[in-house]
Design a protein around this ligand. Structure first.
Ligand code: TRP
Length: 333
């Protein structure tokens, strides 16, 4: 890892099985970024704990997320890949920066405000269902980022405010000690996340229950693709590819030539929705099949995943420990 490269860091919350929206919007772009950056990608399991208290589920999601990233091509020799809970220094940094984080900053965080607004709308106590982990979520996230001197943080648009909060906290810390102790991070929002269409035509999201899991076995993949919502046009009618949920997904995986060829068949008429869906299934299946095979092999024998995470944890802790010792000095401990 050359230290002249800029550092890119992101966290992945293990709160569900990765779907094709995650793949196109987060995994693929992050892996491309890793070619040009010193990449540090981690599983944000302490962030997941705020909402996920079932130990077996937390464990299996953690494995599934790790296996997914490895199957999609994450090279642990190139990318520092670790589990947040394996790096206790992050929690020490969290406590350090708590003292530089105004409570008002937390009150203004969109995610927290949305929960409060929802509670008020339902005439519940404003803090109903809000634990302190959730309320202070942006502080832990700031520690994740500041611990590893991240220059860039690729995230979905909804997370950009959290990166700004991390930058605010770093500035407050630095200006107090009159030293650039913490690097000011910049968030980069992946545009794509917003435009990946789910089964029902809305943005693909776990909360809408309209996702297509990335590594469904072939039969199930076909079955779910057949459930994509279309209009009620007959086979013979010419169809508009640009207003079609099936085509919207097809486009994301197809070459220009494939896109044009299918669009042509839409416009000509004679292509039924079942045919269009079969085309999408075949294309998607071809793209995911090699990754899916790796994924199931990794999940079958988890020892490789364990090894990668143990080695990643060791490297991450070494970096983090050096930073913590430096920061303790800055503070005057
Ligand atoms: N909050 C992020 C999400 O929900 C996950 C996350 C945790 C993260 N810590 C991070 C992302 C640090 C980037 C950097 O998607």
């Amino acid at each position: 890892m050359s230290n002249t490269k800029k550092i890119a860091l992101t966290g992945i919350k293990p709160t569900g099985v990765p779907h094709i929206g995650n793949y196109l919007g987060a995994i693929k772009p992050a892996l491309e970024l890793a070619d040009n950056y010193d990449a540090r990608y981690f599983i944000a399991d302490y962030h997941a704990l705020n909402s996920l208290k079932d130990r077996d589920l937390l464990k299996s999601y953690t494995y599934e997320v790790a296996a997914t990233w490895l199957a999609c091509g994450l090279d642990p020799d190139k990318v520092l890949f670790y589990r947040q809970s394996d790096v206790p220094q992050i929690f020490e940094l969290t406590t350090m920066i708590m003292a530089f984080t105004s409570k008002g900053l937390m009150n203004r965080a969109h995610a927290y405000k949305a929960i409060v607004a929802d509670n008020l709308e339902k005439e519940k106590d404003p803090d109903n269902g809000v634990n302190m982990g959730l309320f202070t979520y942006p502080v832990l996230m700031a520690a994740d980022i500041l611990m590893f001197d991240a220059d860039y943080v690729p995230v979905g648009k909804d997370q950009i405010q959290h990166i700004e909060i991390a930058a605010d906290i770093a500035e407050a810390f630095n200006s107090n000690y009159k030293v650039e102790a913490l690097k000011i991070p910049t968030g980069i929002a992946s545009e794509e996340t917003q435009t990946i269409t789910g089964l029902d035509g809305r943005k693909m999201s776990k909360s809408y229950n309209n996702t297509i899991s990335l590594f469904l076995p072939e039969k199930q993949l076909r079955k779910i693709i057949m459930k994509i919502v279309t209009n009620s046009q007959e086979i013979d009618e010419p169809k508009d590819p640009d207003s079609c949920n099936v085509f919207a997904l097809y486009k994301l995986f197809a070459t220009k030539e494939q896109q044009e060829a299918l669009a042509e068949r839409y416009r000509a008429g004679g292509l039924g929705w079942g045919h269009a869906k079969q085309e999408l299934f075949e294309l998607l299946n071809t793209v995911v099949a090699p990754m899916r095979e790796k994924y199931f092999a990794l999940m079958d024998d988890k020892s490789y995943i364990d090894k990668v995470l143990v080695e990643g944890a060791q490297k991450a802790r070494d970096i983090a420990q050096a930073k913590i010792e430096y920061l303790r000095g800055v503070i005057g401990f």
